[in-house]
Design a protein around this ligand. Structure first.
Ligand code: 8YV
Length: 325
């Protein structure tokens, strides 16, 4: 019998990293998005000590019950809304994530969506390809330079966005649970309503929780300028999507750029796919070779450190680790 701890891998593990992990752990592969409690045979479940998974795996009470020997679950993501943190903490299961390594990539998609919306770049591409250009000039668009970018949330990603927006000569304002002195001179703190009222581009950078679910809806869209664009690269359910569709149809706001939606993958029957003032991406904020590699390296290191008794770099519920010491 193998003495190596058994771990579930439900995330893309590059071959070289897999080799390193397999040297110290026995890997049980579970296809991404499949429920490990169904994919792993009942006889093996009580032996599983660790897991690395994507946000598509629900780490809830049922999963914790199915794996009674689980001590660590490492998210291949910075977000952890797939995890019932309270239940995991109660069961003393350490939860890890990948903060810091994807900020630039996500910020880049946010800036890209902003440019697509303001300069109508997606429609511009279709205009050239269709030959419409040979019949006349493309309609004028909107400057982002000199405009106000509002950030709902000022975490790591918000800060990179704020720095990048400075290079576009934008004025940056933000709202956060509390004012952040580290961004003084970079972005000005404003009240929540003021943020929606004053932004020409409003970008969402808050995590999904029970508190933030549908926290941006009809009321907030009503506060926004009819010329304003809304961008979401955080989590779809933070926005009330039905209210957003209504606001986009009614011209309450000018447009939206969405990398995340309430239902992913977004079905093509969604009204969002019909709206000309929307630019969509397939949850690709972190999806570059370099960033995904850094994420899986960190997720694997967190898992191996935790199993090996070394403090992992990124813990969501560090109290579990401290209680073990
Ligand atoms: C996804 C993300 O996790 O980090 C996050 O919170 O949403 C993304 O990076 C990515 O699809 C990897 O599963």
């Amino acid at each position: 019998m193998s003495q190596k701890p058994k771990i579930i891998v439900s995330a893309p593990l590059p071959a070289d990293l897999r080799e390193r992990v397999a040297a110290v752990c026995e890997i049980i592969d579970v296809p991404v998005g499949q429920n490990p409690a169904e994919a792993v045979p009942a006889s093996v479940r009580p032996e599983v000590a660790g897991m690395v998974c994507t946000v598509r795996t629900r780490v809830d009470q049922a999963l914790l019950d199915a794996f009674p020997a689980l001590t660590v679950s490492s998210n291949f993501a910075v977000g952890f809304d797939n995890v019932d943190i309270e239940a995991a903490t109660r069961r003393k299961v350490l939860i890890c994530n990948t903060p810091g390594v994807l900020d630039g990539a996500v910020a880049d998609v946010m800036i890209g969506l902003m440019l697509c919306l303001a300069r109508n770049l997606v429609a511009g591409d279709a205009f050239v390809r269709s030959g419409a250009w040979t019949k006349g000039a493309f309609a004028l668009t909107t400057d982002i330079r000199g405009k106000t970018l509002g950030l709902l949330g000022m975490g790591r990603i918000g800060k990179v966005v704020a720095r990048t927006a400075q290079a576009f000569d934008m004025k940056v304002i933000y709202h956060n649970r509390r004012e952040d002195p580290s961004v003084e001179g970079l972005a000005a703190y404003v009240g929540r309503d003021e943020l929606f009222k004053s932004s020409d581009v409003l970008s969402v950078h808050i995590p999904l929780s029970a508190e933030t679910r549908h926290s941006v809806g009809k009321r907030e869209f009503g506060l926004m300028k009819p010329t304003a664009y809304l961008i979401n690269t955080a989590r779809g359910p933070v926005l009330d999507e039905a209210a957003l569709i209504e606001a986009l149809r009614a011209g309450t706001i000018a447009g939206a750029g969405l990398d995340v939606m309430e239902q992913e993958p977004l079905p093509p029957s969604s009204p969002l796919c019909e709206l000309p003032n929307v630019v969509l991406q397939a949850h690709v904020g972190s999806a570059t070779h370099e960033t995904r590699r850094a994420m899986i390296d960190l997720a694997a290191a967190n898992l191996l450190d935790a199993l090996g008794g070394k403090t992992p770099q990124a813990m969501v519920n560090p109290q579990v680790w401290q209680a073990r010491a």
